[in-house]
Design a protein around this ligand. Sequence first.
Ligand SMILES: Nc1nc2c(c(=O)[nH]1)N[C@H]1C(S)=C(S)[C@@H](COP(=O)(O)OP(=O)(O)OC[C@H]3O[C@@H](n4cnc5c(=O)[nH]c(N)nc54)[C@H](O)[C@@H]3O)O[C@H]1N2
Ligand SMILES: Nc1nc2c(c(=O)[nH]1)N[C@H]1C(S)=C(S)[C@@H](COP(=O)(O)OP(=O)(O)OC[C@H]3O[C@@H](n4cnc5c(=O)[nH]c(N)nc54)[C@H](O)[C@@H]3O)O[C@H]1N2
Ligand SMILES: [Mo]
Length: 768
Amino acid sequence: MAVDVKRFPSLSHWGAFTAVVADGRLQACEPFALDPAPSPILQSMPGMVHSPLRIARPAVREGWLRDRERADRGARGSDRFVEVEWDVALKLVAEELARVRTTHGDASIFGGSYGWSSAGRLHHARTQTHRFLNAGGGCVNQAGNYSWGAAQFLLPHVIGTYSPVTGRVTDWNSVAAHTRLFVAFGGIPLRNTQITSGGAGEHSTPRWLARAREAGVEFVVVSPTRGDVPEGIDARWIPIRPNTDAALMLAMVHVLLTEDRHAADFVQTHCAGFDRFADYVLGKADGQAKSPEWAQELCGVPAADIRALARRAADTRTMLTCTWSLQRAHRGEQPYWAAIALASALGQIGLPGGGFAFGHGSMNGVGNPRPAAASPEMSSGANPIGRSIPVARIADMLLQPGQPFEFNGRSDVYPDIQMIYWAGGNPFHHHQDLNRLVRAWSKPQTIVVHDSWWTPTARRADIVLPATTTLERNDIGGSSRDRFVLAMHQALAPHAQSRNDFDIYRELAAMGGYEQAFTGGRDEFQWIRHIYDGMAAGWRESGFEAPGFEDFWRAGHLELPEPAREFVLFEDFRRDPAAHPLKTPSGRIEIYSERIAGFGYDDCPPHPAWVPPAEWLGADLAARFPLHLVTSQPGDKLHSQLDAGVVSTANKLHGRERVRMAAEDAAARGIHDGDLVKVYNDRGACIAAVSVQDGVMPGVAIMSTGAWFDPLDAALERHGNPNVLTLDAGTSRLAQAPSALSALVEIGRWEGEAPRVEAFEVPAISAA
Ligand SMILES: Nc1nc2c(c(=O)[nH]1)N[C@H]1C(S)=C(S)[C@@H](COP(=O)(O)OP(=O)(O)OC[C@H]3O[C@@H](n4cnc5c(=O)[nH]c(N)nc54)[C@H](O)[C@@H]3O)O[C@H]1N2
Ligand SMILES: Nc1nc2c(c(=O)[nH]1)N[C@H]1C(S)=C(S)[C@@H](COP(=O)(O)OP(=O)(O)OC[C@H]3O[C@@H](n4cnc5c(=O)[nH]c(N)nc54)[C@H](O)[C@@H]3O)O[C@H]1N2
Ligand SMILES: [Mo]
């Protein structure tokens, strides 16, 4: 019998694809025809979309169903779930929201919902959550992100904008034509360029790298691992101790100053306060010259290599780029500010192929030539109570209600949260010091989660509502770093009883009497058309005649034209700083910031400086925990998404995530490749499988994030989730961003039998 095979255009954060469907099941994801380097992560989707781990029906934690807000909150994660009908579940949520708003106020509802949700922009769960909670009276939100939170709040003080960290940097055409030396702090791991927020039609980084290489660009990668040198590029690798890039950069400035190779004119005409910074670098301020010899002791890079790199950079057209990881560390503001100071001393900012950039190795599409045209977006509306906390201060907030905190020049107090609403994120993946988060999570009275799968966060909720996946609804998506806009056609019927987040919220809003405010009077298709028409109007103004919506939807995608000219960051400002000032107080690049000086933060001084992080290889704590744990993005999934899929599970060993370490560190501990080990510090421990690897710097251990949190108890996580080990502290009072990459650990062989991993088992559920 002939099987009826249907094909639907679709999109994920890991790329555009065609969903191939037969018998109502997803058979395969065929990469988008115009994508030269599609991601293998697509192959995990068919298994995961139909996985037994899907949440089938609304479910309520047994204790909460019985005792509501008086239930034992410590039983979250261990209680059974009871499945209930949709009308029962929605009534419970609506009543609880109303009760909490009335009894405790709108500021007792935490609606941050941080996480990546799905690529489709209409059904983006986090946006829908904010729209719904904002329409219903508001909630406490989260400011900034885990990705580049330190940059987001620092860069506006220094260069008047954070847009370069979003991918708006001197483009690859300019680099290929003009750059001679490309120095990549953190490297360019192609693993990370599989992903872009909103999803890409073209994975372009490999093509641009090859083009630059052919043009003769010389690449230098500064990183704790040679794994950050992109495949196919014969870059020079400079190993560096984690979290010490600022010291290396300061020493390069020292070389430029003492050898009179710095751009003396540029720093006078285009920078503010360079002289005070120069005094610091030369040691006039504190008696300590930030010389290559000084830096060598801190960062482990030989002084002679620092000198040579500084001289080479000054002699030629140089682009400096930093992965976002550099700033996801304690005092992570400093390396980014130091990179800008170094680029200023080199004096090539605003010249073709010169200056600084961020994120080439962090996400697809950075530096991709693209018109400055809109990408698909959905509005979450205004938050009537206007309250937020820095994104990663969630455990602080839950554990310390009413306590003061400082953030980017403002003083505030943490709200007293009674209800958490989370859809589209997985805090038990993304947050640091998860054992602390477990304690914090037991504070609020009620927790509601929507997800498509029984993630560790869903298992720790009181009310769980099953959400569809992108394949089960229509949507529109695309990335601001990519020239494609993608139509996403519904390919499958909703799994079991799952519903679209949008429809769940519409019904809840109707029960609360604010349906119109939430929906804006539009249904799914009217919204998709509205989002498209809004973009098309903008494109038309800039001269691009976009097709009408029907034509776009039928074609499945649309390609924006390539810009006619190269984009060079701060080109206008360089040419005429008076006519095109930066949006900083001085209009210039602030190497010394009076505004930051005014905040009086000793953890973020008014110019780039070496401020040692709480945990690094030079800290006293390294005597007990002598390995610096680097937690990178996983190559085989997106964060925790698809962890149970075939691509991810194939890379696990004995069902655990890997920890990569140098041969000498393994040997010193009697550890062999493939052994199970315990990775531990004072915050917790997890089991992982060792990969002994060439090119990992001694003293460094590397783990990917993403393994579903699977604690045996507070003392041991079984699956290899490194966030039981990481530091939960703000980068500084300035940005209060996550410090995930500053953690010291020790590793020991696991003796005897290891406890079974239960992360991918469905929790205990009974029918009502
Ligand atoms: N140690 C360490 N920790 C880190 C990092 C690090 O470098 N080191 N990186 C940090 C960074 S940069 C980030 S961005 C975060 C990632 O943060 P996470 O929140 O962990 O990201 P995801 O795993 O993508 O979470 C998305 C969730 O949304 C769910 N979802 C997907 N589609 C839908 C939908 O349509 N509806 C609903 N309701 N749910 C949906 C998925 O199943 C998943 O549970 O992790 C951070 N954590
Ligand atoms: N496949 C895949 N790709 C992803 C993601 C994913 O989950 N999966 N997540 C996406 C998201 S949300 C984000 S925000 C980006 C994150 O992008 P990044 O933050 O750039 O990613 P990381 O993998 O954490 O770090 C990149 C490299 O920096 C190096 N590094 C770490 N610490 C230091 C240091 O102190 N100094 C130097 N010089 N190098 C250091 C590490 O060796 C690491 O390989 O990745 C995106 N890309
Ligand atoms: Mo991120």
